[in-house]
Design a protein around this ligand. Structure first.
Ligand code: FPP
Length: 254
């Protein structure tokens, strides 16, 4: 068991959360929603919300590492987010570059592996360069995998997987019978990453928005009305606590 207390005072008030350390979700995926609304509530431009959202990334990544989560996937930019105003798209790309530049040393020191999913070839060259440098620097690390979903869409990924599998079949490297619901995962961006155990969406929306469509078959979902910039370590604990009290049956009977 891991006890998570904010302070001794809280413990005595009975606000403690005790997590079962034998049942920590191996992979948590988060739809970082509500940045715009967070900014609007404060009469700030939307990009301030995204900036504040990056602070939450720092906190939550650290906490995942502390608790023992092995993979953290963050939905940072979807294939549909290109529809946003140009300024917002540029600000998001800039934030990504800044984050990687500022944090890479620290991420590496903390043994974090940086990965991404999605078609990054469509991102500005500077983003691609920073991502490449981050993969290279952290590829031999053994700690938590920070998996950034960038220009990512679940449907796009499935089509990408089908094309990759078809190519291999055409070249005679595999036969059509080699494709099943386990092997198909090897053709997706998430190759080598286990399916998410827990998908978290803050901000009150209760939809998947084209996130990890193939991989979420048996994920547990957890929603909260808190906007991502306000999402705290305690919220992560609550989500994990709830997860630990679900009855995961994977279609079977327990
Ligand atoms: C959704 O909130 C959030 C996004 C589309 C972008 C998330 C990106 C970051 C937190 C920062 C950039 C990423 C990295 C890895 C440095 P929204 O804008 O849809 O919020 P709203 O629904 O309240 O308008």
């Amino acid at each position: 068991m891991i006890s998570i207390f904010k302070s001794n005072k809280e413990e005595s008030k009975g606000n403690n959360i005790v997590l079962d350390k034998e049942n920590i979700p191996k992979h948590i995926a988060i739809i970082m929603d509500g940045n715009g609304r967070w900014a609007k509530e404060r009469n700030l431009p939307r990009t301030f919300g995204h900036k504040a959202g990056v602070e939450t990334i720092r906190k939550i990544l650290k906490e995942c590492d502390k608790i023992g989560v092995r993979y953290l996937t963050l939905y940072a930019f979807s294939t549909e987010n290109w529809k946003r105003p140009k300024d917002e798209v540029s600000a998001l790309m800039k934030l990504l570059v800044e984050y990687l530049r500022k944090e890479l040393e620290e991420l590496n020191k903390n043994n974090v592996v940086v990965r991404s999913i999605g078609d990054i070839s469509k991102l500005p060259k500077i983003c691609q360069d920073e991502l490449m440098a981050s993969y290279k620097k952290t590829k031999n690390n053994t700690g938590v995998v920070l998996n950034l979903a960038l220009n990512y869409g679940g449907r796009d990924e499935i089509i990408y997987g089908i094309k990759k599998a078809y190519e291999k079949i055409q070249k005679g490297e595999i036969s059509i019978d080699d494709i099943d619901d386990t092997t198909f995962g090897n053709f997706l961006y998430t190759e080598g990453i286990p399916d998410p155990d827990l998908i978290i969406r803050p901000s009150g929306e209760q939809r998947l928005s084209n996130f990890l469509l193939w991989q979420c078959a048996y994920s547990e979902f957890w929603y909260s009305t808190i906007n991502w910039p306000d999402f705290k370590e305690e919220d992560l604990h609550k989500a994990i606590y709830d997860y630990q009290h679900r009855n995961r049956r994977f279609g079977g009977i327990k």
